[in-house]
Design a protein around this ligand. Structure first.
Ligand SMILES: Nc1nc2c(ncn2[C@@H]2O[C@H](COP(=O)(O)OP(=O)(O)OP(=O)(O)O)[C@@H](O)[C@H]2O)c(=O)[nH]1
Length: 407
């Protein structure tokens, strides 16, 4: 019984249509996020559609188009996909590769125009090498760019590499591979069906990669203060909540600092809001430079900042706050040759927490210390230490009992 294999022009039409529609969708998605490589990927799919259109026209147009140009465009497909992956990873494709590889493919195809079998081998080897290059780019950066999308891309490209290998291995058996492009055969059916599936699966994978990246960026942006780049109020309170729970669990002390710029309204009134913004950023720089990596600086609102200091006693928080006050005062900011004096007042709450202590109680306590610092003349630190007490005395709603620090 003769086996019926799929009709080659129909399969080519399916590839052309799927490439074009997927390219269109990705071009629209990529227009919003140009740095993720989606537009390069869409260009690759467009090349794929044109290459397969030229294949479909084999015999009706000159060989230079249906053999040489079509295979050169296939090389362009892989280079575009590579450029997409590299851009996604923050890298760029070398210009020499982008010029030399299509020229190499064009040269080989022109030389082998008379032998279909030789073209299957040479084009297969060149395109599988490109596939392996793409796979190695994805795999070697798996820690930073791996994920469910990358799995789909890797799976689809690996499968296609196997199909290329099979085609090369069976090229001598014309009943399996076909003696020419348009002849239906087992391998031809596998090749074009797999190309159809690979286009869809790998493109979907790359869209997932870009979408996961966008979600991650949005999550990060939602937690960052846009002016100063530190954690915003929501993020810093969430971190404080976690630190409080951890400190209660581990019995390690922690400290919280409320930092407020003194007479900041005068800075805005005198030099204008943009200069006020720069002052805010400079103060944040000082805070960020001087805290440890496990500490967190956040903007609580306006010109008020919070610094979370895990594993820190009230005394440790006090000493750091003193240094911060001095460092801010030492800032040499100026506007149009005029010095802008900047100082901060800091309230610190610190010590060992007890079950029942809550983040808002800590903020209130540090805030009280801050207003004490303001009352006592500004550019200074006031500290309140958590009072040690037996856990049995603490009720769920009690606030942190505090005492003014004596150091
Ligand atoms: N430039 C700028 N100003 C801000 C921003 N957020 C809040 N402010 C200003 O910060 C000022 C805070 O003023 P006040 O609350 O009176 O406090 P202050 O002048 O620093 O006085 P003390 O805190 O008592 O020393 C206001 O003028 C706000 O408009 C911001 O993002 N940029």
């Amino acid at each position: 019984m003769a086996l019926a294999f799929a009709h080659v022009p129909t399969m080519l039409a399916m590839i052309i249509l799927s490439s074009l529609t997927t390219a269109g969708g990705m071009a629209v998605v990529g227009a919003e996020r140009r740095h993720d490589g989606v537009q390069w990927w869409a260009l690759g799919l467009l090349f794929n559609a044109v290459a397969h259109l030229l294949f479909a026209l084999r015999g009706t147009i000159p060989d230079i188009f249906s053999i040489v140009l079509s295979n050169t465009l296939l090389m362009g497909v892989y280079l575009s996909l590579l450029a997409a992956v590299l851009q996604f990873q923050g890298r760029r494709l070398r210009r020499t590769a982008a010029v030399a590889l299509p020229l190499l493919m064009a040269g080989c195809m022109a030389l082998l125009a008379d032998s279909y079998a030789a073209r299957v081998v040479v084009a297969g080897l060149l395109l599988s090498s490109m596939n392996l290059w793409l796979l190695s780019c994805l795999i070697t950066r798996w820690k930073t760019t791996g994920g469910r999308g990358a799995w789909l891309v890797v799976g689809a490209l690996s499968f296609q590499t196997l199909v290329f290998a099979l085609r090369i291995g069976l090229v001598g058996i014309s009943s399996w591979v076909g003696a020419e492009l348009m002849q239906s055969s087992a391998v031809q059916t596998l090749t074009f069906m797999s190309t159809f599936a690979v286009v869809l699966v790998a493109s979907m994978g790359f869209v997932f990669m870009a979408r996961d990246r966008a979600d991650e960026d949005n999550r990060r942006l939602a937690a960052v203060d846009s002016l100063t780049g530190v954690a915003n109020r929501r993020a810093v309170i969430a971190a404080l909540d976690r630190d409080v729970a951890r400190s209660i669990r581990t019995h390690e002390p922690m400290a919280l600092m409320m930092v407020d710029i003194d007479h900041f309204k005068n800075v805005n009134d005198r030099y204008g809001h943009p200069v006020g913004d720069k002052v805010l950023c400079s103060v944040v720089e000082v805070l960020r430079e001087r805290v440890r990596s496990q500490d967190l600086v956040g903007r609580y609102g306006g010109e008020e900042f919070m610094v979370l200091l895990p594993d820190t006693t009230a005394k440790g928080g006090y000493l750091l706050a003193q240094q911060l006050c001095e460092a801010v005062q030492a800032l040499r900011l100026e506007h149009e040759g005029q010095p802008i004096p900047v100082t901060v007042s800091i309230g610190v709450y610190g010590g060992r927490l007890q079950p029942g202590d809550h983040w808002d109680m800590l903020i209130s306590a540090a805030d009280r210390a801050l207003y004490e610092a303001k009352d006592r003349g500004r550019n200074r630190v006031e500290v309140v230490e958590a009072l040690r007490r037996p856990a049995s005395l603490v009720t769920a709603n009690s606030g942190p009992e505090t005492q003014p620090a004596l150091f």
